[in-house]
Design a binder for this molecule. Structure first.
Ligand code: AMP
Length: 420
């Protein structure tokens, strides 16, 4: 099957040749003909499956072939995304795909001045990529009109809900014409997403490229059990002794991202940080430098890293496990993209056993454990069983006044414990 047989017009086919896309990916095979016909879509696809082209190509084709002349401040296709980085990345993809088409794409998001965005929207926009909050600000200031809107795309809809955009999304939907095409993409289909879909979509084509909640198959995954206080030391040891190249590292909080970046820089590593507290220009600069391999290590929080597409990223490290198990799938999806293989390593301390069990339950796979010699943990990471359940040991009756036997102590982890 080729892009021509899917019905894409010549200028798009020529562009795809220049981009090195020789054949459609599975999601593109299903999505492109359906979107060209004007159908609604509800699609679950792993990261890196080519979903962007799956909706962008047919959408651009329809905008080229149909519709009245663009009025000032009008938008013909609206793509909602959860983060600024994803907005920039999608704009980049749309510009690449539309290089030979007479269409204008633009991205708006918060954290930067609104006035230049208002000016840019005046002449009308064929494809507007937006985060929900800034889109509403612009709409309320009359910088946007939706009368000509033909298509709405929700990309990473699950993430938008996780980030608390539900109210903003409702307000956006209320402002849009009811007669339109709607495409909903989500990596995981929670019940909240299914409710959203039932409200927004009309007779949608359901596309499920991967079983929901499975991690990218080409990614080799394992964990290294380690004591919490030795994680930074272990990470630097791994960088040096395993000669790791480019690494995307996830840490839990903005503070821990900054701390790790500072420690790495102090040790002579080229590292930069990306998280929500950093101003937008410096986040984009960090990403650009990382993509250009000027920076070896990019340390990020989940929010900032969602949706990043970095060519041939070989390795993702979870310095901390994510609080929400679904984020694990998104994190490791940053590697092993577009058919390439990749590695995902998690440094796991005993206090993260619950998160580990949740991830193993979600992915229905037990993560292999490889202790790094010299970093054997004092506090063992409790055993998890196939299927991802924590093995609970029966609680022994308490002996309130006696101290624990010599050489033994208990690590309390909620309502279960392990002895060491
Ligand atoms: P996405 O899942 O949309 O983020 O795409 C992941 C990566 O795959 C991007 O770098 C795309 O440029 C690339 N890609 C998408 N479709 C194809 C294709 N048909 N052939 C080769 N690469 C593709």
């Amino acid at each position: 099957m080729t892009f021509a047989t899917l019905g894409l017009i010549d200028p798009l086919q020529r562009t795809l040749v220049t981009l090195g896309y020789h054949a459609p990916t599975p999601i593109q095979l299903q999505a492109i003909p359906a979107v060209l016909k004007g159908r609604d879509l509800m699609a679950a696809a792993q990261t890196g499956t080519g979903k962007t082209a799956g909706f962008a190509l047919p959408l651009l084709q329809r905008l080229t072939q149909e519709g009245p002349k663009l009025q000032s401040n009008a938008v013909r296709a609206l793509v909602l995304v959860p983060t600024r980085e994803l907005a920039e990345q999608l704009l980049h993809s749309f510009n690449a795909y539309a290089q030979d088409l007479p269409l204008r794409s633009y991205a708006v998001y918060g954290g930067v001045a609104i006035n230049p965005q208002m000016m840019a929207l005046r002449k009308g926009t064929d494809v507007l990529i937006a985060t929900p909050g800034r889109l509403l600000d612009l709409y309320r200031q009359n910088a946007l009109k939706f009368d000509q809107l033909q298509t709405l795309v929700l990309d990473e809809a699950d993430r938008m809900l996780d980030l608390g955009f539900a109210d903003e999304l409702d307000q956006v939907f209320a402002a849009l014409p009811r007669q339109r095409q709607t495409l909903l993409f989500s990596a995981t289909f929670s019940s909240a997403i299914r409710v959203l879909a039932s409200e927004l979509l009309r007779d949608p084509l359901l596309i499920d490229i991967s079983p929901p909640n499975t991690a990218a198959k080409l990614v080799r995954q394992w964990i290294i059990p380690v004591d919490k206080k030795r994680k930074t030391e272990l990470f630097m040891h791994l960088l040096r002794h395993h000669q790791w190249g480019q690494v995307l590292v996830f840490a839990k909080t903005r503070n821990s991202v900054d701390q790790l970046t500072d420690s790495l820089t102090a040790q002579g590593f080229k590292a930069d940080a990306i998280h929500g507290d950093r101003p937008q220009p410096s986040r984009l600069r960090a990403l650009t430098r990382f993509k250009a391999a000027e920076v070896q290590i990019l340390v990020a929080t989940d929010v900032a890293a969602r949706g990043l597409d970095i060519d041939a990223l070989p390795l993702v490290v979870n310095f901390d496990l994510p609080i929400v198990a679904e984020d694990y799938i998104h994190r490791i999806g940053r590697t092993g993209r577009a058919g390439a293989s990749g590695d995902a390593v998690s440094l796991v301390s005993a206090d993260e056993a619950r998160q580990l069990a949740a991830i193993e339950t979600l992915t229905q796979a037990l993560l292999k454990r490889e202790v790094e010699p010299g970093f054997e943990p004092e506090h063992k990471v409790p055993v998890t069983a196939p299927g991802g359940q924590l093995i609970k040991k029966p609680k022994k009756p308490k002996k309130p006044k006696s101290a624990p036997a010599k050489g033994k102590s208990r690590i309390h982890l909620g309502n279960w414990f392990e002895e060491k």
